[in-house]
Design a protein around this ligand. Structure first.
Ligand code: ITT
Length: 197
């Protein structure tokens, strides 16, 4: 059955990727603004990707009374014991932005040689249907961290992330369709769509 689903995210790049990846479902996807959302942003304090995605999806479902989908994602770097992980968006502190996060990541990896710069993007999506029932799916994308930013596509850590599936390019250097094909988000959302179909 065609669904109308709000994407519970304040990250416009993420919303765009979700809409594109799930376009084949034929469902209608609305941003929070398009759905007329007017509720305080919930605190993401669950300590796990799944827990945080659930907090965001539930908040939208409860405020808007419609099906809601949330993505919680991040970059886990081996040499940093999995950091920044669930703290990826706030890695460089309260005034963080992507430029500062990326600069801090490069700084922390300055002495880490090639061969020890493995990293993985992780995405967990939580879908809450109109009746409150929940479906969860996950996806990952393996790669390594480069030595400088390259490319202007994507968002966040993309200019530093050299995916194992992109022939030495960062996920900011490949076309959006190629990123969506191999990305943690693409994998999680296609798994979700399959569960729901
Ligand atoms: P919402 O919580 O409102 O959805 P957000 O950007 O804060 O937006 P997250 O809490 O899930 O989302 O944080 C994810 C962070 O991980 C994001 O801000 C980026 O720094 C990074 N990230 C996640 N997916 C990424 C991707 O596909 N490319 C690059 N960086 C990504």
């Amino acid at each position: 059955m065609p669904k109308s689903v709000v994407i519970a995210s304040n990250n416009a790049h993420k919303v765009e990727e979700v809409k594109t990846i799930l376009a084949p479902t034929g469902w209608t996807f609305l941003s929070l603004k398009e759905a007329g959302a007017d509720y305080p942003e919930p605190e993401e304090d669950a300590g796990s990707f799944e827990g945080n995605a659930r907090i965001k999806a539930r908040a939208a479902h409860e405020a808007l009374g419609m099906a809601a989908l949330a993505d919680d994602s991040g970059l886990c770097v081996d040499a940093l014991d999995g950091a920044p992980g669930v703290y990826s968006s706030r890695f460089s502190g309260p005034d963080c932005d992507s430029a500062k996060n990326n600069a801090l990541l490069l700084e922390k990896l300055a002495d880490v040689p090639d061969g020890q710069r493995q990293a993985c993007f992780v995405c967990t999506v939580v879908f809450i249907d109109e009746d409150g029932s929940e479906t969860v799916a996950c996806g990952t994308c393996e790669g390594r961290i480069g030595h400088e930013e390259r490319g202007d596509g994507g968002f966040g850590y993309d200019p530093l992330f050299i995916s194992d599936d992109c022939g030495g390019l960062t996920t900011a250097e490949v076309p959006a369709e190629q990123k969506n094909e191999i990305s943690h988000r693409g994998r999680a959302l296609r798994a979700l769509a399959q569960q729901l179909s």
